[in-house]
Write a protein that binds this ligand. Structure first.
Ligand code: UDP
Ligand code: MG
Length: 311
């Protein structure tokens, strides 16, 4: 019997991409002797995504749809797919539904898995096809992540990877409220291998990761894997207190020598605003962690499935 491989594809308003992707996937897997299942997770799309998926699943019996009850976000949609297929697949491949992750490297992912690697992840080569902004912001993000957290992140990694059944089982037990899957996959260890690839342009539609979303995702990633921002707040506070104390002593000595000096209004206001801002930043950092505790304490599920034909 052939081993089975499930390809999980979170899709949010990807109606115009499904056709191309399915064609490309079919072409890729046609010469491989595995049982492939294409599992599309419709993340509460407002376009025809689900209608098209239902249509496709009638025409081809290895296409499955999973309909979430609303938009839960990319990471949760991906978890929904993995949770659902984990008991029936020997390996799970996750990829985006917009053709940016080229299906043609899937055989290579599988080859590495057959060699014994339990996680085969991919690294996007810095590419002119992606916007300058996306490349730069992604590099900055990973630089910051590595400084601030205790596990190592490689720039250019996305949620395009193959994981072995074993890893899927372990991952499925994670009940973190704010998922940062690439961090968790890095954290779990196992035998990992990286494959490089050249990303394509998004086939159609536009990116759902706006600047705001990307910022939130970055903060989520950092605060999920590290409490360093909290200790940084302490260090910052202490440094500023020491600075203020030295400044005060200096000022006293200065005024003994030169008599009392009235300082300008502008500098006073600047200082007040600066420290006011700093207070808010530190409070905000603490707030993020408290928010995480709050959300986690409610123990709500990461997603809700309203309908699926998966079996
Ligand atoms: N996605 C999703 N839910 C969302 C946002 C995105 O399932 O709320 C999917 C989307 O359909 C795509 C993948 O996640 O398959 C990556 O999203 P996108 O291409 O917009 O991000 P980018 O490639 O620009 O980082
Ligand atoms: Mg994309």
């Amino acid at each position: 019997m052939n081993k089975s491989i499930a390809i999980v594809i979170p899709s949010y308003n990807e109606a115009t991409n499904i056709d191309v992707l399915v064609k490309a996937l079919n072409e890729t897997v046609t010469n491989l002797s595995y049982d492939f299942k294409f599992v599309f997770v419709d993340d509460g799309s407002s376009d025809d995504t689900i209608a098209i998926l239902k249509e496709k699943s009638k025409l081809q019996d290895n296409i499955f749809y999973v309909e979430l009850s609303r938009n839960f976000g990319h990471q949760n949609a991906l978890k929904a797919g993995i949770d659902l297929v984990k008991n029936n697949a020997d390996a799970i491949i996750s990829m985006d539904g917009d053709m940016q992750h080229p299906p043609k490297i899937i055989p290579e992912l599988i080859r590495k898995w057959e060699e014994g690697y339990e996680v085969v992840y991919t690294i996007r080569e810095e590419d002119k096809k992606l916007s300058y902004f996306k490349n730069k912001s992604s590099n900055m993000f990973y630089g910051l992540m590595n400084k601030l957290s205790d596990i190592k992140f490689e720039p250019g990694t996305a949620d395009f990877r193959l994981i072995d059944k074993k890893v899927a089982q372990v991952f499925s037990d994670f009940s973190e409220n704010e998922l940062f899957i690439r961090g968790i996959i890095n954290w779990v260890g196992f035998k990992q291998f990286a494959v490089n690839y050249e990303p394509n342009e998004r086939f159609s539609g536009k990116s759902k990761y706006t600047f705001g979303k990307m910022m939130r995702f970055a903060i989520q990633g950092i605060t999920s894997f590290s409490t360093k921002p909290l200790s940084m707040a302490i260090i910052l506070g202490i440094s500023l207190s020491v600075f203020a104390f030295i400044f005060y002593i200096g000022y006293v000595i200065y005024s003994i020598y030169y008599g009392h000096v009235i300082s300008g209004w502008a500098s006073v206001i600047t200082t007040v605003v600066f420290f006011g801002g700093l207070n808010l930043v530190v409070l905000g950092i603490i707030g993020v962690y408290i928010g995480k505790l709050f959300m986690q304490s409610k123990g709500r599920p990461n997603y809700l499935i309203s309908n699926t034909n998966y079996k």
